[in-house]
Design a protein around this ligand. Sequence first.
Ligand code: NAD
Length: 487
Amino acid sequence: MNVEQLLAKVPTGVYIGGQWRETGETFDVENPATGEVIATLASASSDDARAALDAACDVQEEWARTSPRERSNILRKAFELVTERAEEFATLMTLEMGKPLSEARGEVTYGAEYLRWFSEEAVRDYGRYAPSPEGNLRMLTVKKPVGPCLLITPWNFPLAMATRKVAPAIAAGCTMVLKPARLTPLTAQYFVQTMIDAGLPEGVLNVVASKSASAISEPLMADRRLRKVSFTGSTPVGVTLLKAAADNVLRTSMELGGNAPFIVFADANLDKAVEGAMAAKMRNIGEACTAANRFIVHKDVAEEFAHRFAEKIEALNLGNGLEEGVTCGPLVEKKAQDSVAELVDDAVEKGAKVLCGGKKLEGNGYFYAPTVLVDVPREARVAQEEIFGPVAPVITFSTEDEAVAIANDTEYGLASYVFTESQRRMMRMSHRLEFGLMGANLGVISNAAAPFGGVKQSGMGREGGAEGIEEYTSIQYIGLEDPFASE
Ligand code: NAD
């Protein structure tokens, strides 16, 4: 199938109450590798958003009553369909987001796993039955779906960020309004079509792509029928949504930004560290919330580490991700390219040295040369802000205490990485680092079966793992009479 045939399979409307429909307005989707418009989609208005919530509310009660097995079977079928359509999903993601096809295939496998994992969790979400300590009653707890949810996803992992929310919501029995990112809605549109093909009943999942995110979130979050918002995206937008959520005391899950430290001790296996660094930094062109942001390396090995890392980075093949052999794609849009360039320029002005890269690439598309910076002062913006691009600043340390202090000196707390051959130090670091995730001699640790999420300004709540379904359930306690009390 060629690209035109694939794009023709992607629905262009909003999907509300079981119908794809057009709206009054449209917006374009670009390929960041070429700057070309690849699709034009219907843009949902606030009225469309309200209609989507109406549809979700209409079927919430009935959907909550379906058996866990029925919901599990739909998720299992969806896992199989996404897997069958892997090449189509991968191509769509490369087209709209820019990541190389091989990485997009990896995301399909990862994203599909959430469907399989929650198809298995759907039938194992138990409550409990216990005597009260005094023996005067029996305590029964049951888990109920929280109710209609608004799910807002970012552009960097267009499939996995959607399956990570939709799958547990389905498993728990919630209905949904999904709002994908404006930059990468095509994958979500095709995913929703795939859920329909897997047998999801009308109204359970509605999708409203829009050129204005707040036109969707504001009316829905002000509507008392909405019971939950699950958001993955930047911290400033997360804070805005949390404030809006307070008015209606909405349940929230917030997967926000990161500023991951990647710590290499002097006793680390440098082969493993360099390999881990490539994965933690370069996966997704550095546009990942888990991306290593600060390379904090012991002074005795910093030079060797930086040179070996730079050698591998220079060997990357930049280009259009659809082309054979390309290992690094463009940034998602011009704004992203400009902001990465500003961070590097600021670091250089403050004394950092460029070991490789350090510039935008001329021509079509939003390419930035993968970059290693050394002698980066801690006050440089690149050492403090989320970079979201292929830039690796190296900072040195002398003692473990210093490494911990540098690593924790951020308002973020999502991913962290530690490389050492000492098991005791590794465990100690896990206690000392204020991050929701830690890779121990590993550069990529995401897994559908693991709880993913941050602390501090990286958010709250966990996605995936046994914990993921809890975000979509609330517990009801029923006090029962003591069955042994005299009649
Ligand atoms: P973003 O915050 O700009 O957008 C995320 C989503 O929110 C998009 O769908 C966008 O349209 C929507 N949005 C934007 N403004 C909004 C508003 N005022 N009201 C409601 N919705 C709004 O983030 P992004 O640029 O798409 O994604 C990158 C960010 O996401 C990074 O900070 C990254 O770290 C974070 N991220 C976090 C995780 C995680 O699991 N913690 C995963 C992936 C990405």
